[in-house]
Design a protein. Structure first.
Length: 484
């Protein structure tokens, strides 16, 4: 700050605005970076030529003149003086306009080169300020404006997961998720101001993509042998990161390598390798509809009153999925423990069952709440591979008229239905943040089974997902907006 003494250089009375020839041009000369004596000189010069020059900034000023300041600096100074956004009401001009006007003996027409450029406020600013830091507080549509950034960040997230670095993986996923919730395409780093969850590393990647069109780290990851092999190996049903990593270290790269080297595979992995090509092909919404019918008929043949509902990605509006997830709603206690075995039996008799892994319920409310958040839930469920009828492919000769599809069925007790549905609808990051939000912001423990209030040591009952959001004091987010 300039000391007060120097700032208040008053002008002799006889030099004030008494001979003003251009009353519609009211000039304020900014002392910042110019100094008091130069300002006083310019003021005297201007007034001697009949210009109206004010010493104090006020709303009557039409032209602000400054030297060696950027438009943003002048804007900021004015904002501080007036507490308002003055950008549209005054001309912010470089000293050149003033000196040219002095030479001309009158205010010259304002040319582009006279105007100090002020960066426009980023469009996203308003919404950016409002973006909340938990994914469960945001609406995240499936189709968004920033896939050119989120796909890159998700490659790094995936790679971190392959390297058993969960913290790093979640950080990249959070950053990607925030960009998915933005209402516009990100065009500059400025658009990211005030956004939560964007760490240094993610910002570096985004900056590089904005400036160069791609990120070297992302591209080299995408091309790396480890990334590609881990993707192929974890893409096998029944194979997790640990197993894939062990195989990778042993020099194996693909499902073919597993067969060729005669690797010991468990039952799931055998099916995973056997149906690898089919299971790699995304399941379409149309196929999910056909499977819905098959599952519904099977369920109704056993329990006519039971209902089925899609969960997972298809419930969030995805057009493709890696599997199809269903929840079965039974209305009498105990039915949830028999329905899945009966459905599996029916699929067998229809000759459409290729693989099944039935997990009986181990649910017991007395063992809750659990503090292990990523633990599998205890409901009756089955992981299946079924045959789906299709037209044989023309080039596959006498090829089979079906393809293999992964189907998951979940059968929770009725009073747990809402929690199970919410937990299995995803996305995974949305679920993670729901739990984190419940714990850190509300002192409650949430999982696929229940919501537990630590303050009252009690479980909160819920008939619908809306009830659960309400218990958490969260705005309800519809499934299609949970694509975090
Ligand atoms: P999915 O793995 O099926 O993912 O799990 P998705 O979102 O449907 O996507 P794609 O298209 O199939 O790849 C769906 C949700 O169910 C939860 C997951 O955490 C995810 O949020 N889930 C899955 C469980 O809670 N427990 C399980 O045993 C399996
Ligand atoms: Mn799914």
């Amino acid at each position: 700050m300039i000391p007060l003494k120097r700032r208040k250089v008053s002008l002799p009375v006889n030099q004030q605005n008494d001979t003003c020839k251009f009353p519609h041009v009211s000039i304020f000369i900014l002392e910042r970076k110019m100094g008091a004596s130069r300002r006083a000189f310019l003021t005297r010069l201007g007034r001697s030529k009949g210009f109206l020059i004010e010493e104090i900034y006020s709303s009557s000023i039409t032209h602000v003149v400054s030297e060696n300041n950027s438009g943003d600096e002048v804007q900021a100074w004015l904002g501080n003086q007036t507490g308002q956004d003055t950008s549209s009401s005054v001309h912010l001009l470089d000293i050149r306009w003033f000196t040219e006007s002095m030479d001309a003996g009158q205010p010259v027409i304002i040319q582009d080169r006279h105007i100090l450029k002020v960066k426009p406020k980023p469009d996203g600013d308003h919404t950016a300020m409002l973006l909340k830091s938990y994914a469960c507080q945001r609406r995240t549509p499936l189709k968004h404006h920033n896939s050119f950034l989120t796909e890159a960040l998700e490659i790094l997230a995936q790679n971190a997961e392959y390297n058993d670095n969960e913290g790093r993986s979640v950080a990249f996923r959070r950053a990607a998720s925030v960009l998915k919730a933005l209402p516009r395409r990100v065009r500059s780093m400025e658009d990211l101001r005030c956004l939560p969850c964007l760490g240094d590393h993610s910002q570096r990647v985004i900056k590089e993509i904005l400036e160069d069109g791609s990120s070297r780290e992302v591209e080299s990851t995408r091309q790396s042998e480890q990334y590609q092999a881990m993707k192929a190996l974890t893409g096998i049903f029944g194979v997790g990161v640990r197993t894939a990593d062990r195989w990778f270290r042993e020099g194996l790269r693909s499902p073919d390598d597993l067969i060729r080297t005669g690797q010991q595979l468990n039952r799931a992995q055998q099916a995973g390798v056997q149906y690898y090509d089919d299971l790699q092909k995304p399941v379409t919404m149309a196929e999910a509809d056909v499977i819905s019918d098959i599952v519904e008929k099977a369920v109704h043949s056993v329990l006519p009153g039971a209902e089925i509902q899609l969960m997972g990605g298809f419930r969030r509006g995805k057009e493709f999925g890696h599997d199809v997830d269903f929840i079965i709603k039974t209305f009498e206690s105990g039915q949830e423990d028999v329905i899945l075995a009966a459905v599996i039996q029916r699929f067998k008799s229809q000759n459409i069952l290729l693989y099944s892994d039935l997990q009986e319920s181990t649910f017991d409310l007395r063992q809750l709440p659990t503090h292990r958040f990523e633990a599998m839930d205890h409901f009756s469920k089955c992981f299946l591979i079924v045959k789906l009828k299709r037209e044989p492919e023309p080039d596959s000769g006498a090829g089979r008229d079906w393809r293999a599809v992964r189907v998951d069925l979940l059968a929770p007790p009725l009073e747990r239905f809402a929690y199970a549905l919410l937990g299995w609808t995803g996305s995974t990051l949305f679920e993670r943040d729901l739990r984190r939000f419940a714990r850190l912001e509300r002192g409650k423990l949430l999982d696929n089974h229940a919501l537990y209030d630590k303050a009252t040591n009690s479980f909160l009952s819920a008939d619908t997902e809306e009830d659960i959001f309400a218990h958490l004091g969260l705005e309800y987010i519809e499934p299609r907006q949970r694509n975090a």
